[in-house]
Design a protein around this ligand. Sequence first.
Ligand SMILES: O=C(O)C(=O)C[C@]1(C(=O)O)C=C[C@@H](O)C=C1
Length: 101
Amino acid sequence: MSNSDENRDTDPQLAKFRRSIDNIDAALIHMLAERFQITQAVGEYKAKVTLPPADPDREARQIARLRKLAEEAQLDPEFSEKFLRFIIKEVIRHHEKAREQ
Ligand SMILES: O=C(O)C(=O)C[C@]1(C(=O)O)C=C[C@@H](O)C=C1
């Protein structure tokens, strides 16, 4: 192990930052889990009442809303849009599977 590796593992300031990152990452996982539980129910409902899996108008509204929130929070709106689109793509894949069952 080089000196810089040892410093990285024992640096108390870096360890403190990483404890916060660990907590934030855990919160993100819990929030995503909650979101996917809700969208699973949405997928089952849409399949039952024969609504299409995707709703592009809702997506556009949600993306515009989150881009604005991101700007206000000093987060890159491009990144927020890509992140939301990534999640929604997976949700639509789940909705399509629910419709096939
Ligand atoms: O709101 C819906 O109708 C959903 O199915 C949820 C959701 C989302 O994940 O936000 C997913 C797919 C739709 O295209 C729009 C939004």
